[in-house]
Design a protein around this ligand. Sequence first.
Ligand SMILES: C[S@@+](CC[C@H](N)C(=O)[O-])C[C@H]1O[C@@H](n2cnc3c(N)ncnc32)[C@H](O)[C@@H]1O
Length: 235
Amino acid sequence: MASPGYALSRSVKEGGIAFKLAHGEDVFDFLSLNSELNSIFNQGMASITTTTMDAIISSYRNGFLGLKGTVVDVGGGIGVAISEIVKAYPHLKGINFDLPHVISNAPPYDGVTHVAGDMFNAIPPAETIFMKTIVTLVFPFQTILHSWNDDDCVKILQNCRKAIPKETGKVIMVEIILDRTEDDPFNDIRVTSDLAMLCFSSGRERNEREWEKLLGKSGFCHYNIVKIPTLFSII
Ligand SMILES: C[S@@+](CC[C@H](N)C(=O)[O-])C[C@H]1O[C@@H](n2cnc3c(N)ncnc32)[C@H](O)[C@@H]1O
């Protein structure tokens, strides 16, 4: 996992993603080809997610209470986040959507259907889409949108738009928002995550203006930001 750091200077000078220069594959292809690492990665994501879901579920209570129908967690890993959401808000049904090699490791949860697929092709239809990022310093390349460059993010968000009802659909993203002006103890780790994205993906962390631009380009003209007591905000 340290090797992409050693490829960073080559990536800056010659172009290309440092992770791919170091390992010959993009990160998610690399995981799909290494079943032991894939399993460690999925379990790691699941345990980190368990620690942040409490803050998300309680801080966004009115948001979840106002939803109806089905929520699809895009890039939901083995389904921990969506299972916690439907447990806390049982009026909702959940779909956990991820790549086939991840879904094949996912355990069953009440109220959750697992669906395998590729978010660059199509996302299962639902009233609401949930996308949650993760940051760890061991696997610092966590998606969802911060792992991808702007063009890829627009493709993902446009697919989100196609999957939800035109007038009433909603996308809930849990992402980092860079903010240099605020005196916030999480700011240093947000910048560290931005550097980590440079090593592990084509992505980056973004400030509010950059998020607004990305959302606008993808056809979402209304958004709100809800600050929660973690590294992340809800957009
Ligand atoms: C950081 S992990 C899991 C994050 C998860 N949302 C959570 O909070 O635990 C990101 C997930 O995105 C998935 N992913 C990557 N590319 C994808 C694609 N093209 N389509 C669907 N899922 C994808 C990965 O397999 C991985 O499980």
